[in-house]
Design a protein around this ligand. Sequence first.
Ligand code: 6LW
Length: 505
Amino acid sequence: MRVPSTPDTGNAVNNPVIPGFHPDPSICRAGEDYYIACSSFEYFPGVPIFHSRDLVHWTQIGNALDRPSQLRLPPDAASSGGIYAPTLRHHDGRFWLIVTNVSGDGNLLFTATDPAGPWSDPVPLPGVHGIDPDLAWDDDGNCWCTCAGVGQVRIDPHTGETLGPPRRLWSGTPGAKAPEAPHLYRIGEYWYLLIAEGGTERCHGVSIARGRTPTGPFEPCPANPILTHRGTDHPIQNTGHADLVQAPDGTWWMVLLGVRPHGGTPGWHVLGRETFLVPVDWVDGWPVAGELSSVMSAPPWPLHPPVLVPGRDDFDMSGLAPYWISLRHRPPEACTTKERPGWLTLHARGGSLDETDVTFVGRRQQHLSCRVRALVDAAEGRGGLAVRLDEQHHYDIEASSGEVHVRARIGPLNTVVASRPTPPVPVVLRIEVAAVQTVNDARTGPDTVSIGIEEPDGTFVELTSLDGRYLSTEVAGGFTGRVIGMFASAGPVHFDWFEYEPLDG
Ligand code: 6LW
């Protein structure tokens, strides 16, 4: 197979280009600007939106669904329910986002003039059935909506009305399961239908077909799957759910999801499905994906250094940065920086971390090794720091007036693993995650979660060290990745600052 003609520019860039739990990436370009949207499941706000000028460095500019009128997640919405895969497109001078809320309203369509927001209230699509909805317009202005399973229906994107009967376009490669994540493109003389198949685990792959019209018939690419790591011990696995974009210089690129397992093959992954980038060439009217690797040759244009996200948040702003996410809904009164200026106050809504309505504000773990610290005043309540996958899989350190407890929840096991008296003053809690890298990226070293407090002089007192594999998707299941953050399980709990420090080197 030929490798893409993208010249090796010599300087290397890292993959994933958007690390941490940012699955199901959908990309579009408007002029010189690229945008990516990702799924967000039970978290609020939903659908993080990223911006880049070079395809390599991405900055989160907001979340498309940041109002309850856009994102209704019932208190009992399942973990890994809520918002599934989006499609983001730029058409007719506007940005269009279509997405499925599997915990309520089904398929919804949003528009914006600025992808940073505000986005519109939803246009419901009651006649569109299936997940992973895609949008494509033909030269006659018809809007085609294609969904997983690869069914298609014509819609009015302004009213959400379906126009005409649904039709089946393609069932994917015979013998491969779960044709999903469809995206339809008009490229040259063909319409191309890109899909994921094999399921979003180790058998995941990207396939494509082409036809002369947006409704087919479609002929599969003889080289399908055009990208997969199934059956290999490649350090990037579960590769699939892709989207294509053409750069202003005419080169083609593909974003897709992948995971970085730890512990050898098959191993376990803790950061969820992350967004990767790979170059694409065209041979005989078919796309040929380049090699997907952890370090890739930078694209052949000037790189724009990323806007660095501060590792420390002192909660001095009136609102929260876009990387902060809560579970299911964030009632303003439960999470405020107004009650004690310069502090974030969380008011418990009743639930503990084992419940779906716990008051929690966290950020995605984006590094295999990182240190998280926070200064907590729990004199009036109970709360602290947690690293979570879901209600049944989390490690947490909870402070109250005069003591801290460390708890491990692994499925049916739920136990306090360490306790320690503390002076009745604000205390610095620390969670340190270390997935030790070994030679050749084999990642067979230990994956630990060290939890403790800091003495007034900053000395770290480790209360326990737990095995990180039990906070992995292979153990917990689901579609999300680790989120590390602050919680309140009783009363008000005040946080003066929160610090996230990568330790990956
Ligand atoms: C998504 C489907 C998938 O809707 O997993 O990886 C589902 N592919 O396309 C949730 O992410």
